[in-house]
Design a protein around this ligand. Structure first.
Ligand SMILES: [Zn+2]
Length: 345
């Protein structure tokens, strides 16, 4: 399928009739922003893990200044293509670089929301002693990054990301999820999880989050399109959870299940069932890693889309329109859902 370019940013940013608006703020790396200004938003990406490599080897591949310049140049193209905001779900334990995010946001004009939270992988990272952490300790750490700032800066996290690798959370992963729940309830900041949808992991996450009393409207289970099971999807959205459809590009590989077509079809079926307001579109691209030279990024090549950060807008959105998804529903998923999800009232 050839990429198309029928995505219209201006149409997506138009305010639809009947939309209810409440003033709310979201923390970006350049400070608080009215959530109504987020525009077209990619809610699950990674743009700051590559720079962390340069923090460890500062002179590699032309050095940090060249890397920042390359990133800012690419982000200007992303912005020109109609994307206004990117949410970076790179947690500190997988190489978050908050000053990099700040600098490229300032240079490119793209809004960037940074996260707190944990990926928990690898679980025995020698730089941290996670097994020693308590739920209270993790909660305190997440709240500090939300209310005071990240890594000694005043830049605040606007979302909590928790990585849970399988459908059976380890004790450590469960502690992280419970801490995320407590931090979210204390601050109003929403939660996104790395979810093994193929094994219905959203259900085990939901049980833990509900035990903590979290409002499902503040939670998105990401990588959900790894499942093609409508029963699983409908069970979660009816409980109030959102689904991040951000691995759709992985369905383009010849032997991939679910296929690209099935993943797109499930999005359409959810919309037809009345749940456009519970769907997010993104592509979980590792932008920072993609800027590295070939020999440093071979491992990622087979899973990131060729269109990079523009897969959603240049390929997925046109494909959804071809199977009958309306411009209004596209706007709901790409503009309105991020505004209500990330905005703190
Ligand atoms: Zn991710």
């Amino acid at each position: 399928m050839a990429p198309t370019a029928s995505f219209s940013a201006s149409a997506l940013e138009a305010v639809g009739p009947g939309a209810t608006r409440r003033s709310s703020l979201v923390q970006t790396v350049l400070g608080p922003l009215d959530a109504s200004k987020l525009g077209v938003t990619l809610p699950h990406e990674h743009i700051a893990d590559g720079p962390d490599v340069l923090n460890r080897w500062p002179k590699a591949w032309g050095g940090r200044a060249e890397f920042v310049a390359k990133a800012a140049e690419k982000f200007q193209l992303v912005k020109a293509a109609g994307v206004s905001t990117i949410v970076d779900l790179t947690t500190y334990d997988v190489g978050r670089d908050i000053r990099f995010l700040e600098e490229v946001s300032r240079r490119s004009g793209l809004n960037i929301i940074a996260c707190t939270g944990q990926r928990f992988f690898p679980p025995q990272d020698p730089h941290i002693s996670m097994p020693a952490r308590t739920i209270a300790g993790l909660t305190e750490f997440f709240v500090k990054e939300i209310e005071q700032g990240i890594d000694g800066t005043a830049i605040k996290a606007g979302v909590i990301k928790i990585g849970i690798i399988t459908n059976r959370p380890t004790a450590l992963e469960e502690a992280g999820l419970r801490a995320a729940a407590k931090a979210s309830k204390a601050t109003g900041v929403p939660i996104r999880t790395h979810t093994d949808a193929g094994h219905r992991a959203g259900e085990s996450h939901a049980a833990i989050l509900e035990d903590e009393g979290v409002n499902p409207a503040r939670v998105s289970f990401d990588h959900s399109d790894g499942s093609g099971d409508m029963d699983y999807f409908l069970g979660l959205v009816k409980r109030g959870y959102s689904l991040g459809m951000d691995h759709v590009h992985r369905g383009t590989a010849a032997d991939s299940q679910p296929s690209f077509a099935r993943r797109a079809e499930c999005i359409k079926l959810l919309i037809d069932a009345g749940f456009a307001g519970k769907i997010f579109l993104s592509q979980d691209a590792e932008f920072g890693g993609a800027l590295l030279p070939q020999d440093a990024r071979n491992w990622r090549e087979n899973i990131d889309p060729a269109e990079g950060l523009l897969f959603t807008t240049q390929r997925l959105v046109p494909s959804l329109k071809r199977i009958g998804v309306s411009d209004r529903d596209i706007q709901t998923m790409t503009v309105e859902n991020p505004r209500s999800f990330f905005g703190q009232i």
